[in-house]
Structures are given as C-alpha cells and as structure tokens.
Design a protein around this ligand. Structure first.
Ligand SMILES: Cc1ncc(C[n+]2csc(CCOP(=O)(O)OP(=O)(O)O)c2C)c(N)n1
Ligand code: SF4
Ligand SMILES: [Mg+2]
Length: 351
C-alpha cells in the first residue's frame, strides 16, 4: 500500500467556508514523505488556499510527474481529480486536459528534477503557450526520490551531503519563466506560509499560466551547510519584493497605505491583487525591470521572493486557439461526430 487513509473524525465546530466545507474536506491521505520535508508544508498551503477560495474539490484536477514532490497530490484534495504522469511529462498531459475541459482548475505539482532536468522542454512549451493552470515546482535542488543527486537548479559551488561540489551552472526557473512568456511568475519558500498561501490563491485566479517556484528543502539530502536550498540558507537570504493581499471581487477595496506603496492589479475574474511594496520601486508589471532585479540579487546570493512578474492583459491557450467552451465530456454525439458531409466540406476546403 503506498498511501494511508486519514481517519474520518472531525471536530463538529470546525469553521466552514461558503460551500459548507471544512479544512478537512480539502485534505488527502496521510503523507509518507520524510518528517520535516518542505513539500508537506506546500501541500498544507495548497489545502488552505483551496479552502479559502471556496473551490469545489470536484472541479480541481491535480497533475504531476514523478518524484517526492510529484507524489504530494495524494496528500491534499483527496476528493479532486488526479493524474500522476510519466517523469517530466506532466505539462503535456495538463495541456491536453486543459484543451478538452477548460472549466476545471488545474494544479500542476512538479519537482526541480521533473521540470528543470528531464521535463525542461515540456515546461518551456507549457509556459510559452499560456496553458491556464497553476504550475508549482517544489524546488529542493536535488532528486530527492532517487537519493539526492544534484538537479539542474542546484547552484554552482554548492555541495552534496557527502561534500561533492556541483560545477554546473543552475537554471533559474523564475527568470526562465519570465523569458518564456509566463504571465504570472512568483517565488516563495515552503517555510513561509504567510507569503505562500496568498500567492497560490492569486495564481489559481490568474487566467493563463501561473508559475510558482517554491524553494522546498529536502531534509534527507540537501539541508546541510553547503546547500543553497536549505532552511537556514533561504531564511538568511530571503529577500521579499512585495506582500500580496488578494481581494475578492465582492470585497470592498479600502486603502490606508501611502501613495506609491501599493499597486493594485485587477484580475480577469474581478478580484484584485494588492501588492504591498517591500523593495523600493519594485514594479511587478515591468518585465525587463523584474529580470534585471532578479539577476542582480541572484548574483549576490540572495533569494528574491514574492510576485515577481504579472501581466493580466493576455489570455490563455484556449482563447488563442478558440477552442470549444463546452467541455468535451459535456458535448453530445451530434457535436462530437457531425457527420460525413461536414468532413467532406473540411476536406474540400483544404484542397
Ligand atoms: C524516465 C525516468 N527517468 C528517471 C526516473 C528516476 N527518477 C524518479 S524521480 C527522479 C527525480 C525526481 O526529482 P525531483 O523532480 O526534483 O523530485 P523530488 O523527489 O526532489 O521532490 C528520477 C530521476 C524515472 N522515474 N523515470
Ligand atoms: S527524500 Fe527529501 S524530498 Fe523526498 S520526502 Fe524525504 S525530505 Fe522530502
Ligand atoms: Mg527535487
């Protein structure tokens, strides 16, 4: 058995959301990851975000690849759809599902090995196409599941648990995501739930691809002093550019901040992202400025976190391909199989 079912007991006075569901209704099976693994904190943040967004669990599809990180969808949203794909192939499965049914909320959960090593090509095309999904990389700099080899996000000069040095240059996922056309790019830390939960909520509400690089220490293989993905390193070098308040469409927008200290970004669904600036003059809508800032701080060994880039103006892949608005599984036989006359007309148009 690869998972443990949680006992059904829940306290009768647990708070409920607008759907009448409790936090427990968004949980999954008992985690089998190592105690203290950063990935479990991200699962917990996902549970909280989905509970607070009042998401109906059956309208969510969890997509993942292979790795400890990719196992985690078993540990949250136990009543949602799930697809555990081949290593590095989650993006193409998510793209196909998205085209067949645009109504579901797609949560992609992957690892740095899954997305930056074997799955790099898949990730790149998912980002540039703007698949409408939240894409989370639980980034620990190693292949945790296969016992701690360096992944493509491990920094040059960092060492393995046994002291072997990494000489290769790292792939900086957020810089790459911005260059490849992702329209919502953020970085966070599994140890900072206060930052992570609003980022996940905003990412889920974003139309287009929302990419989150979440540094998530592997306590078994990469939490030592030679690592730049350890709890200590990230806590000491975390440099947040903004803090997010996510304001739902029905909530009144009030402000008591000094001019220039907040930036409100309207989202497609009527909600508003309020970015409280922590770094002087950081403008998350300025693509070149964001790239410049991230690279300069990275060169100084800092881990820049927060909502790094957002563009609410562009649509998603379904908009660009003009796909059917009705999910394939809700179409009738007549629409799915319009008959030989239609096929003949299409063929004639191509001659
Ligand atoms: C095609 C294929 N190649 C290699 C493997 C072996 N493998 C399993 S998980 C993994 C790396 C996982 O690393 P990451 O995505 O960073 O996840 P983590 O375990 O660190 O969360 C590898 C190489 C595999 N399962 N399939
Ligand atoms: S090996 Fe690392 S990534 Fe995998 S569960 Fe353990 S701590 Fe987490
Ligand atoms: Mg990893």
């Amino acid at each position: 058995m690869t998972y443990l079912v949680k006992p059904k007991f829940k306290h009768p006075n647990l708070p409920t959301n607008r759907l009448g569901l409790t936090h427990r209704d968004y949980e999954g099976s008992v985690s089998t990851l190592c105690a203290g693994c950063g990935h479990d904190s991200i699962s917990s943040a996902l549970i909280q975000a989905c509970f607070e967004l009042d998401l109906p669990p059956h309208r969510v599809a969890k997509m993942s690849g292979i790795g400890c990180s990719s196992k985690t969808p078993t540990y949250f949203l136990g009543q949602s759809h799930g697809f555990n794909s081949v290593h590095g192939r989650m993006p193409s499965v998510a793209t196909g599902a998205n085209l067949a049914n645009r109504d579901l909320v797609y949560l992609g959960v992957s690892g740095d090995g899954d997305s930056a090593s074997i799955g790099l090509g898949q990730l790149a095309h998912c980002l540039r196409r703007g698949v409408n999904m939240t894409y989370i990389v639980e980034n620990n700099g190693v292949y945790g599941l296969t016992k701690g080899q360096f992944s493509a996000t491990a920094d040059a000069g960092s060492t393995s648990k046994k002291g072997v040095g990494n000489n290769d240059q790292p792939i900086d996922l957020v810089s790459m995501a911005i260059i490849l056309g992702a329209t919502f790019v953020a970085r966070s830390f599994s140890g900072d739930k206060g930052q992570l939960v609003p980022l996940i909520k905003a990412a889920i509400r974003h139309r287009g691809v929302a990419f989150l690089d979440v540094i998530s220490p592997c306590v078994a293989f990469n939490n030592h002093s030679g690592s730049t993905k350890s709890f200590d390193y990230v806590r000491e070098h975390n440099d947040a550019v903004n803090a997010i308040d996510w304001i739902e469409g029905r909530d009144e927008i009030v402000t008591d901040y000094a001019p220039g200290m907040v930036e409100d970004v309207a989202q497609h669904d009527g909600s508003v992202l309020r970015l409280r600036k922590l770094a002087d003059n950081y403008d998350a809508t300025d693509k070149l400025g964001a790239m410049n800032f991230i690279q300069r701080h990275q060169a100084a060994g800092e881990v820049v976190t927060g909502l790094l880039y957002v563009n609410e103006e562009t649509g998603d892949l379904n908009d660009r391909l003009n796909t059917a608005e009705t999910a394939f599984n809700a179409l009738g036989k007549a629409e799915l199989c319009p008959g030989s006359a239609k096929l003949a007309a299409i063929n004639a148009a191509l001659r």
